[in-house]
Structure formats: C-alpha cells, structure tokens
Design a protein around this ligand. Sequence first.
Ligand code: IMP
Length: 194
Amino acid sequence: MTKLLIVATGNPGKLREMQTYLADSDWELTLKPEELEIEETGDTFAANACLKASQVAQATGSWAIADDSGLQVDALQGAPGVYSARYGKTDSDRIARLLKELGDTPNRQAQFVCAVAIARPDGIIALQSEGYCRGEILHAPRGHGGFGYDPVFYVPETHLTFAEMTPEVKRSVSHRGKAFVDLLQKLPHLNNNY
Ligand code: IMP
C-alpha cells in the first residue's frame, strides 16, 4: 500500500530529488503546506533535519521526511556548517566569502554533510541517516552545473568539481546520495504500521 510522506521543504527541486532516491519505495512524496514555516534553530545538521521532520509531521498528522546539509571546511573549524545557506545572499556571494576567508591557506580539506530524518505522524523520529563527501576547496570556481558551493568543491577521486559532474555521478559520490543509500537500507526495518 502506498503511504503519504510529506517532504519538509518548500523547494520543488528537493522534492524531485527525494522522489528519485525513493522511487522504488512504497512512499508517495508531496511538498509541505506553503504556510508552514520551520526555523532551522539546531546546531547540527541532524538536529535541524529532526526538528523539520518532527514539526511538519505533527502539523500535518502524516509521516514526514526532512534533510539538512552543508559544507564544513577544516581550516575554518567547520564553518560555514549549518550556516551554509545563510553565508551570503546569493551562491556567488557565498562562494566569494568562503574563498576570501580561506585566502591562500594550503589546507583546503572540506566535507559536505547531509542528514536525513523521517518522523512519525506524532512527531517522534523513526529513522535517521547521514552521508559525507570529502573533498577540497579550489582557489577559483570550475564548472557550470549544480548549485551552491558546487563549483569550488573538488572531489580528487573523480578529478571533477561537483559542478563538473553529471547529476548521476554527483548522486553516486555526494553526501546526499550516500545519506539516501543509508536511509534506503534502513527503510525496510521501519515499523510504518503506525
Ligand atoms: P539546505 O540543506 O537546503 O538547508 O541547504 C544548505 C546549504 O548548503 C545550501 O544552500 C548550499 O549552500 C549548501 N549545500 C548543501 N548541499 C550542497 C551541494 O550538494 N552542493 C553545493 N552546495 C550545497
């Protein structure tokens, strides 16, 4: 039987992406009601994913799924972290600020992190997963695909930045792709007869 899963985002792009990851599951995904705004007040990606999933589940009385993601740069002690989306007004502002703060620092190591949470209709978290992708911050952007920090995030094993990858390649190496592989492995163990 198909079950409704509300995606705790107003972003149709994120809905489509989650539909791709969960295509073989028996969940039918839909966007959260527009008027339902949730502030990301957590200080970890997992805390933010949980609070978004939990609040949307409680408000709608349905199962809900949320993710939270961002970039952690080693030489910046993990910044921009949970503030990745708020680091500047536009993607190019955010990249410019990141490159300025890193300057000529030789240590360019960084990772993208993605946390995903599924909440039951009563708001209790039923499932959590996390994925990571290690890489390096380039001195200048490369590539035109993707979004956010993609043009400055270089993954050495692929010899490509996220912005140079096809969506399929990015899915196979990215933090979000890995978080969903982990989630899909755990999904059959979810007691969804709630
Ligand atoms: P959120 O998970 O929608 O809150 O997004 C967090 C922010 O992290 C985004 O606005 C981007 O700036 C950044 N981010 C998360 N994932 C990616 C990615 O795959 N590529 C580039 N930037 C990302």
